[in-house]
Design a protein around this ligand. Sequence first.
Ligand code: ADP
Ligand code: MG
Length: 266
Amino acid sequence: MHRILAITNQKGGVGKTTTSVNLAASLQATKRRVLLIDIDPQGNATMGCGVDKRTVQKTTTDVLLGESDLASALVSVDYSDFKLLPANQDLVAAEVELMGKPGCESRLRDALQPVIDQFDVVLIDCPPALNMLTVNALVAAEGVLIPMQCEYYALEGLTALVNTIEQIRSGPNPQLEIHGILRTMFDPRNNLANEVSAQLIEHFKGKVFRTIIPRNVRLAEAPSFGKPALYFDRESRGALAYLALAGEMIRRSEGEEMPPAVEAVG
Ligand code: ADP
Ligand code: MG
């Protein structure tokens, strides 16, 4: 498995944060040592982990601006053993302040260096923009996990993201790869979703995860409890889907050859 994964899609509302929080909990449940980094000023991943973004002491902002080392900004979440680097709206100003500063693209990568051996997986929940914050995530990452809703404009948005990934590869991070494309909020009764899904598999083949995340109300409700679905309704289809995703990622990393994804015909 790529150890450091940026969960990215410049489109908002596609399931980046839901994936970050629920995958962090699922990988931790398999005894992996997980770090979740919130690099979105909205702080949704922070709140979704039950950490109050208004009262946190140190955040991703302090780390990016060099005002704190990463280890001392980490917080524990109280139902699980994973660690969180929290964020809030201070990141908006931090992004502006970073612009043009030396090494502005690689602040997160540099900050991760001293702690990286303490974790098996690092997940970075990105903002819905291809800005300097997302660039920091892509420079720090080994792989990109792309959640996407199988809708009409989804593939168009993917082209912009793939171009950005190419730019980062030809510049500051030649190792960066697409780790996987995740179909989220999937409704198999929707013909368009099935068509877009088929096109995705045609273009991206083995990069498309076999695991599909269904539309599930428990996943939408969990953030208001400040918990991943796993710690709130562990039998829900949403919680089980993210456990299945963690399992697929682990099997892949253990070298098990995965058959290509199948179209979801409901
Ligand atoms: P992003 O981080 O890409 O903006 P979110 O993860 O915040 O997207 O998801 C957008 C909205 O959709 C949130 O209200 C979230 O609770 C809801 N949501 C995400 N995934 C699912 C799902 N599989 N089923 C139902 N609701 C979902
Ligand atoms: Mg989000």
